[in-house]
Design a protein around this ligand. Structure first.
Ligand code: AMP
Ligand code: MN
Length: 326
């Protein structure tokens, strides 16, 4: 899907007309989902709207400094609460919210994932956006809200984190244009980067070392497989969120073309996939019931079979082979 300005205008009108909103995003929130949610919530509040923010999981510690983050309620379900409209950000499907009670309500779906299921009453899905935060920025402008330092900071965190610190695909002139404008509105880029990237625990550093130390190579060294279990978290005093970003590290080696990270804790097996260039790991994720982007995708296996690792590696190896010129 390409950008349909008509959808954005419909969403703007709906938001301007409404009075009470529920704004949610995906479970296990990240910088893009939180930054997008908080920027939009502040714009709506400025316009005199009542906004309720609900997520299935709390913000990770590194994002607790985001302006407005303390207003987020953590709940796995919402009852009929009188909101006119539910805004779902950064979710390829409604199930990604892991919040029940949303189906059947008037849902506005704003997202940048390929293959978004179009679950909303209005759907604005633009894969060319580097982050959902880009779309939210445009919506904030369209609403006529004032671009405050806090909105700007939230949009910046969304873009900074979803582009892997300005390294991923989908970074365009629009990305830098938005960054220029939010910088002008008062973003302190160095301070934001320090809070997000240089404020972790020593345990996180130890966990990273341990995970990399146990890295296995497959497909002639082109696939790096990382695995983490409950014991590794416990021994390093870490939580699942401390793994954020670790999956990208093997890509620093030129020979490594893709990464499979297996997270065996909590319910089922959660898997993160990363790749370089044209290698499409989203299709691998889709074949296991997950989703994501070409170079960053994920999936959850509720009941992983003993050969799950081998099947994932085979899928990624096939994606690498497909990406090579014939
Ligand atoms: P992660 O590896 O968790 O950082 O996720 C990378 C990308 O894959 C993100 O864009 C997610 O939206 C997507 N993703 C992760 N897990 C799933 C899943 N179970 N279903 C659909 N998409 C997912
Ligand atoms: Mn995103």
């Amino acid at each position: 899907m390409t950008r349909p300005p008509a959808e954005r205008a419909r969403i703007r009108d709906r938001l301007l007309d409404g009075a009470r909103f529920l704004v949610t995003s995906h479970a296990r929130p990240d910088g893009d989902s939180l930054g997008s949610q908080l920027a939009l919530a502040e714009a709506l509040t400025q316009l005199g709207k009542e906004v309720r923010l609900v997520n299935a999981d709390p913000p990770p510690a590194r994002y607790a400094f985001l302006p407005g983050a303390s207003a987020i309620e953590v709940a796995g379900s919402v009852e009929e609460d009188g909101a006119d409209t539910v805004v779902v950000l950064e979710c390829g499907s409604l199930a990604r919210t892991e919040v029940s009670g949303l189906a059947g309500r008037f849902v506005v779906n704003i997202d940048h994932h390929a293959g978004n299921t179009g679950y909303g009453a209005v759907n604005w899905c633009d894969e060319s956006a580097c982050a959902c935060g880009e779309l939210v920025f445009e919506l904030v402008e369209a609403l006529g809200a004032k671009l405050t330092p806090s909105i700007a900071t939230n949009v910046y965190v969304a873009i900074l984190t979803d582009t892997g610190s300005f390294r991923h695909a989908n970074i365009t002139a629009r990305t830098f244009d938005i960054c220029r404008r939010i910088a002008g509105a008062g973003v302190d880029a160095a301070a934001v980067a320090a809070r997000v990237f240089n404020n972790g625990s020593l345990g996180r550093l130890r966990l990273t070392g341990r995970v990399l130390d146990r890295m296995q190579l497959e497909a002639g060294g082109r696939i790096a497989v990382l695995a983490v279990d409950e014991a590794m978290l416990r021994e390093t005093g870490c939580e699942a969120d401390d793994l954020e970003g670790v999956v990208n590290l093997p890509l620093a080696a030129g020979d490594v073309k893709a990464v499979v990270l297996l997270k065996a804790f909590g319910a089922g097996l959660r898997v993160s996939l990363r790749s370089k260039d044209e290698i499409d790991v989203r299709r691998v994720a889709l074949s296991f019931g997950g989703g994501g982007h070409r170079n960053a995708a994920g999936l959850t296996l509720e009941h992983p079979a003993p050969d799950a690792r081998a099947r994932l590696v085979a899928g990624v190896a096939a994606a690498i082979a497909e990406s090579l010129p014939a």
